[in-house]
Design a protein around this ligand. Structure first.
Ligand SMILES: Cc1cc2nc3c(=O)[nH]c(=O)nc-3n(C[C@H](O)[C@H](O)[C@H](O)COP(=O)(O)OP(=O)(O)OC[C@H]3O[C@@H](n4cnc5c(N)ncnc54)[C@H](O)[C@@H]3O)c2cc1C
Length: 343
């Protein structure tokens, strides 16, 4: 049997989330008689991603489909390609099978990808086309068919078991360490075999119009080692400069509570929590954030949580490893200046 991991990438770089999905897949493989791990890369002009994937230890095969149709990860087209692979109707695969004069047998036990916006878009379609359930947002692997996943905004953890023949899974990438990626040049003899798959017909009912991407010199919120988030306590957009100065000192990403986003202090792509981003940094600093359950749902994977709040009864202190009851307008400049003085 084999486990299929659908890679997340931007046609140039393999996203770190996929490396975490590979860790989850490798854990399943140990329960599943050492299954092979196959990485599927669907994109356009994405040879750089294939080259990066060659640096992943433990892969048995890289499958690739490179065509303009796949440039923008439209869910319907990804789903039909994955299903053609799993059901053995993909023309390229058929040719390989015909050459071997052996009937095709679907040998994928699991189809896995990260619980990102893109993964959450195509994975349910794949499950529906295969007529199996989807298992969402797993945070731990208990066996080949038993997983843990958060429910009720992270307030309870459900243990789920699936009896489907193919398990379609999204993985909360912050819950698994990424597999190491070897970026040094690789010996040709150690290259993972690459199989090209045939392009499927365009679904035709969705089309890519445009993308508006935020450009930032800061680390990406979901993968940053340090995150500093501000809440309504910052009072206005201008005061977020206090967080920016501290973030510059700590090479941190800046996040925010929903109240800060709704009040227009910062853009909504900075929102952390149940309806925002899930973060799992080494250090999370919550500034002027009360600690509503919907916010906590996004930060429980953080290794160390520090809270700065002037209200000693704020619920954020219940989950914080270190708490400072103080006025943020006194503390933040002091903190930043102390770090600058150490440079
Ligand atoms: C369905 C649903 C989904 C939601 N999803 C999310 C989500 O994804 N993320 C999220 O964050 N919220 C989410 N919320 C909103 C959530 O319930 C809270 O309303 C929100 O998190 C509150 O944000 P806050 O802590 O910034 O504001 P507040 O609750 O108003 O807290 C502000 C805090 O700042 C402190 N403060 C004020 N001034 C200072 C000062 N000078 N110095 C120090 N401290 C100070 C106060 O003591 C207070 O604790 C969701 C709500 C619902 C219903």
């Amino acid at each position: 049997m084999a486990i299929l991991i659908v890679a997340e990438h931007n046609n140039n770089i393999l996203q770190a989330a996929t490396l975490s999905v590979l860790t989850a897949a490798a854990e399943i493989a140990t329960y599943d008689g050492d299954s092979e791990l196959h990485l599927l890369i669907i994109g356009h002009d994405c040879q750089a991603v294939v080259d990066m994937a060659q640096g992943i230890a433990g892969l048995s095969k890289i499958l690739i489909t490179d065509a303009p149709l796949y440039q923008y990860s439209l869910a319907e087209n990804i789903a039909s390609l994955v299903v053609s692979l799993v059901e053995g109707t993909n023309q390229e695969l058929k040719q390989i099978q015909d050459a071997k004069q052996a009937p095709f047998q679907s040998h994928y036990s699991h189809i896995m990808t990260s619980a990102s916006t893109t993964g959450k878009d195509y994975q349910p379609r794949i499950a529906a086309l295969l007529d199996v359930a989807q298992i969402s947002d797993i945070i731990s692997v208990e066996s080949a068919d038993i997983f843990k996943r958060p429910i009720y905004a992270g307030n309870a953890i459900a243990t789920v078991q699936s009896s489907d023949s193919i398990q379609v899974i999204t993985v909360r990438s912050s819950a698994f360490e990424p597999v190491p990626l070897n970026t040094s040049s690789l010996d040709d003899a150690k290259q993972v075999p690459v199989v090209e798959l045939a392009v499927q017909a365009d679904y035709g009912k969705t089309e890519f119009i445009s993308a508006e991407l935020t450009q930032s010199s800061r680390p990406e919120l979901t993968t940053a080692k340090v995150v500093i988030a501000g809440g309504r306590g910052l009072q206005n957009a201008d005061n977020f400069v206090l967080l920016d100065s501290l973030a510059d000192q700590l090479n941190a990403a800046v996040g925010a509570s929903r109240a800060a986003v709704d009040a227009g202090f910062v853009a909504n792509d900075l929102q952390v929590g149940q309806t925002g981003k899930i973060v799992a940094p080494d250090l999370y600093i919550a500034v002027g954030i009360s600690g509503a359950i919907q916010h906590i749902a996004g930060i429980t994977g953080s290794k160390v949580i520090v809270a700065i709040n002037r209200d000693p009864d704020a619920p954020i202190f219940d989950v914080a490893d270190y708490g400072l009851v103080a006025d943020l307008f006194d503390v933040l400049p002091e903190f930043t200046n102390a770090l600058k003085a150490k440079e």
